[in-house]
Ligand binder design. Sequence first.
Ligand code: ADP
Ligand code: ZN
Ligand code: ZN
Length: 738
Amino acid sequence: MPDLYLRLALPTPLRRLFDYRAPRGVPAEHWQPGVRVRVPFGSRKVVGILVETTATTDIPAGKVRDALELLDERPLFEPPLLELIRWTASYYQHSLGDTFSWAMPALLRQGEPATAQKKLFYQAAADADIADERIKNAPRQRQALAAVLQHRQGMAHAQLHNLGIQKTSIDALVEKGLLFQELRSQKPARPGGPLLAQPSLVLNAEQQLAVDAVGKALHRHQVFLLAGVTGSGKTEVYLHLIEQVLKQGRQVLVLIPEINLGPQTINRFRQRFNVRVALLHSEVNDRERLNAWLAARDGMAEIVIGTRSALFTPFRDLGLIVIDEEHDSSYKQQDGLRYHARDLALVRARRLGIAVVMGSATPSLESLHNAQSGRYALLRLNRRAGAAQAPTFMRLDVRSLPLDSGISLPLQKAIEQTLAAGQQVLVFLNRRGFAPVLMCQDCGWMGDCHACDARLTLHQRYNELRCHHCGHIEQRPHACPKCQSLQLHPVGAGTERAEERLQILFPKIPVVRIDRDSTARKGSLDAMLNLVQRGEPCILLGTQMLAKGHHFPAVTLVAILNADGGLFSADFRASERMAQLVIQVAGRAGRAEQPGRVIIQSHVADHPLLIQLTEEGYFAFARQALDERRVAQLPPYTHMALLRAEALNPQHADDFLRDAVSLAQQLQQHYEDSEVELLGPVAAPMERRSGRYRAQLLFISAQRQPLHRLLHGLCFNLEQLTSARQARWSLDVDPIDL
Ligand code: ADP
Ligand code: ZN
Ligand code: ZN
């Protein structure tokens, strides 16, 4: 028999495939694209994905290595998903093997079988009797048998274990023929009963229009942008559409942002339907993740809810993709494979010929642009559902007002009034820690990170200075390291400081601080949220963790301590993000019967963007912002890619990027194309981070096609550069952080 070669995608950053000799004894038809194969790689063993088989290889005969083992009976990735992953690798100019790694659960990457795990079950024998003579004097065995007898379907070993029943008792019963053991795959059965576990709400006119519009398009590809103000009932629209798709026997993928604080949203999906819901988010462990993935693939889960990587889940029959909070930046992965889950979900839906509904109160400018140009259908929900009204805004000019721990006197009064009326207050401050800087009053010294171009944040509670960029921690100095003065003072305020101040101002009122520090312990967030849900007067204080998806019926005042950063950043997306954050945080106010109000403290209270946002709303702001982007020729009117390099020696990063520039220029001459503009190399906004110097080169093009042709040629060549060995580099296509 002639040799057969396997062309594999391996988990390495190298943008190429690797040939191995197929082991003998496996019939040729078993080598289907998409199966996993274990192979030796250097001195390790890795799991690769078969891309194709060939009869010849360019590798010299003596050098071809033998593949070790075929891991799957059938392809792990069916052709449509395989194609999507290949498309992803090519669009983001990423190694195909590494793209596969991001697209599959960790256990599959490690070579675990792609079949639902089997569990040990115990079933009572037909004639098993608790009064059996043989166990008369064995109370533990009687207890075990009694437990199993109560479960006609048998009991899992783990269940018995949880009852405190010992393995020895069970074994003894098996020995006596009173119990049988059996390995069962634990595929959950679809719960019986009607599809709806809870009645759905009667839709208002706007919601009904939206459901009708999407409902008509369920069997073809169309993208719907559901732009509904916060609390307008977008989730209810999703639920009605999901019901329609489930009735057709098809599956639904619901993508949610990363810190959606899951339970609240997820429970609404779970409670509505009598179907199996699989979860794929950061708190799901590896085994559960694999089970969810397999359940979706085998049609054993009707709904999959997950964060960005859930987009790569295989489905037996996917009928609809819902993208909640489509503007959220957590859909974009910021390391390794820098993909955008929303954009890829749209590609997937187009290939499958199914509809996508993406919702947001503050749609991204990209999506609004696509709606304006007619590529997406725009559905608006302008009113809050139920009895709630829209909140009112007030810009509080704090230029001439003293701030104590970030809080002005008029704001303090407003908080006092709200609490006195028996209502709750939400205070938003997007900066954790006690103070962003520790400064010496005598010589002006400030605590800097030794590894980053950044100040250290004071964390008073731990008496520490911490870098929020590299994680460095040091003791708070007692005296100024430069002049030995004892006059070291915190400057500015973070959530810890505001918490301290609010607690002094309102000693009888609970102040609940919610940020990454206070919620580090698992379950602590839920406990805090429960306190707020009770509805008694309290102050909720926190970072953007608070902005997302929460429903706090008793909050009637939202205070934004500082939104000015977004108005003066070098990043052209900063104002969009500021606007989204302000509107999302504001959306937490007055979600029940009581009307809500929002107070924004600002040093630039008369800034045109802020006025427009608070007086005319997000859409007026977005229209203006889009106009500015068009004039400046920025995305979404142009397309960008960012080549980043970092090295311990700044020269190395720079050398690499200069080589990249000349390579790009050569390629452009070769293509006779000057469409793509190159900007840089320049230092990154924070040049030094974690001890490494960072520089970047920006590519801008009015058209995608020439940009991608150039990037493709470039990446292939960059790998070969000698300067590439001295710098870490990465390419970010459609970057959202510049
Ligand atoms: P969004 O997702 O747009 O923020 P939700 O779907 O969470 O809005 O709805 C906000 C609140 O309004 C929820 O408490 C929800 O139960 C309620 N709601 C939604 N639709 C209706 C409706 N048609 N009738 C009555 N209440 C509704
Ligand atoms: Zn000093
Ligand atoms: Zn640092």
